[in-house]
Design a binder for this molecule. Structure first.
Ligand code: ADE
Length: 282
């Protein structure tokens, strides 16, 4: 018997802005929930439903209709809403630029680290705003993505026959502009393999909130580091993502079933212990 009942939050990113329609079983009954919390209003209502027979809660990162820019996403309200909805896991989709030749357009990557280049976002729950997150908490960032959940996403992608890479460093920039060529090249030197505008702070807020977070990234472009004229353009990002979105839907559909079957007590308790021991206030 497991102590914790699995519930999976799914955050749909660019190209998956209407996850209710794009992900849920068509017969699944959904309950819309206005999920304002201590940190404000989430990007969208929460849609409760079933995917492959598993209870899931869907959230649109940029709002339905893609109206919220990366800097204005209330990442804390989003994560807190999913936590309060009883989620144990978050699976996120993200459209990314590729910073390496070997990650091609339409390819999927399960990221395992990040470089945070964002500059104007709320980066912690532990800032005294909410009594639910008291004290000063210094959470270790290795591993930043939950390895077990990430492995499930990767294995499912492989089983489905997709071109999918295990591990990768994603650079999150502030945006909304794309990078200059010099910035793009610098990120490559730093070890970045993908570039987007949203993994940070989402991934580390989820960890602070005690949720097991993993992401499926899709390379939609080569940013602008290559000596060619196929530099990133927003329209191409959405086009390539939409052409390949079925892969993300299939992975999520299979993965939620596998996640739901497993006992996660060990992983959840380990994260709770880590958060307790990382809080240095008495
Ligand atoms: N999202 C998709 N492609 C991107 C890029 N090249 N830079 C930042 N975010 C992106």
């Amino acid at each position: 018997m497991s102590i914790y009942k699995v519930k999976i939050g799914i955050i749909g990113g660019s190209g998956l802005d209407d996850p209710e329609k794009q992900i849920l079983d068509s017969r699944s009954i959904t309950k819309k929930e206005d999920a304002k919390n201590d940190f404000g209003v989430p990007s969208s209502d929460l849609f409760n439903g079933t995917l492959n027979g598993v209870d899931v809660v869907l959230l649109s990162r940029h709002g339905q209709g893609h109206t919220i820019s990366p800097s204005n996403v209330n990442y804390r309200a989003n994560i807190e809403a999913l936590r309060l909805a009883g989620c144990t896991h978050i699976l996120a989709s993200t459209a990314c630029g590729s910073l390496v030749e070997s990650i091609t357009r339409g390819q999927l990557v399960i990221p395992d680290s990040f470089l945070d280049r964002t500059v104007k976002r709320n980066t912690t729950f532990y800032d005294g705003t909410s009594k639910k997150y008291p004290g000063v908490c210094h959470v270790p960032m290795e591993p930043c993505f939950d390895p077990t959940t990430s492995k499930i996403l990767y294995n499912v992608g492989q089983e489905l026959g997709y071109d999918i890479k295990k591990g990768g460093t994603v650079v999150s920039i502030e945006g909304p502009r794309f990078s200059s060529k010099a910035e793009s090249k610098a990120m490559r030197i730093w070890g970045g393999e993908l570039i987007n505008m949203t993994t940070c702070p989402e991934v580390y807020l989820a960890k602070e909130a005690g949720l097991l977070y993993a992401a499926v990234a899709m390379a939609t472009d080569y940013d602008c580091w290559r000596d060619s004229d196929d530099n990133v353009h927003a329209a191409d990002v959405i086009k390539v993502f939409k052409e390949n979105v079925i892969k993300i839907r299939e992975i999520l559909t299979k993965a939620v079933h596998i996640i739901n079957e497993k006992n996660w007590d060990k992983e959840i308790d380990a994260l709770k212990d880590l958060l307790r021991s990382s809080n240095i206030s008495s």
